[in-house]
Write a protein of this length. Structure first.
Ligand code: CA
Length: 215
């Protein structure tokens, strides 16, 4: 997942963005004014910067002018078209105006990362590496062979991480909606995933519901 810098002087908004982006697996650093934003952006390589426009010291526009080769989504109260044009001309990847729907921001982040390829087609946690393109899973660098449905199930769990998924929903997503089998199929496959990958703690049983991949 991506390494993201949040430059936003309103702490509540900054925290809200961080909370939601970390929920979907990104790693976030926070800074709260323009000077910190610029120095942090120059110091470290981020996959994406969420950049407020109106900031103490330097504006988001001034910061972007100094940074090269980084994806930026501007977040600002200013909804004027002029600003939007200015932001995009400076090379911002996207633009979102306050007040914004946090899920919309999460979606835009996803879209920008997909475009910029920073959101690579693999997912790493603990000692596990999942490669979605070639459907391979490695534990400590050693490939663990998974059956096609086991891989599909793992992919669905990871893509919906931290969400409780009912057995019925998992059946629909993994085995397609017209599958006639029963939900014990899900339990059997979950068991196999836990054993093969040694990730019992990551795949939590949700009482009376189903399962949740926790990260
Ligand atoms: Ca601001």
């Amino acid at each position: 997942m991506a390494k993201i810098l949040i430059v936003e002087d309103e702490r509540a908004i900054n925290d809200l963005i961080k909370f939601n982006l970390e929920l979907v697996g990104h790693t976030c650093s926070q800074v709260f004014d323009g000077a910190e934003g610029l120095s942090e952006g120059l110091k470290q390589k981020y996959d994406l910067i969420i950049l407020d426009v109106m900031l103490p010291q330097y504006s988001g526009f001034e910061i972007l002018e100094q940074l090269e080769g980084v994806s930026v989504i501007f977040v600002t109260a200013k909804s004027a078209l002029q600003d939007k044009i200015k932001g995009l001309r400076l090379g911002a990847d996207d633009y979102i105006t306050k007040p914004f729907d946090i899920l919309e921001l999460v979606e835009r982040v996803k879209a920008v990362l997909r475009r910029t390829k920073a959101d690579t087609n693999h997912f790493v946690f603990d000692d596990i590496r999942i490669e979605f393109d070639n459907r391979r899973v490695y534990k400590n660098g050693v490939e663990i062979p998974l059956k096609p449905r086991e891989f599909d199930l793992l992919e669905v769990l990871v893509n919906n991480r931290n969400l409780a998924l009912s057995r019925e929903k998992l059946l629909r997503l993994v085995w397609e909606f017209d599958y006639e089998g029963d939900t014990r199929t899900v339990d059997v496959h979950i068991q196999r995933l836990r054993q093969k990958l040694g990730i019992s703690e990551r795949i939590q049983t949700v009482y009376k519901t189903g399962y949740r991949f926790e990260i």
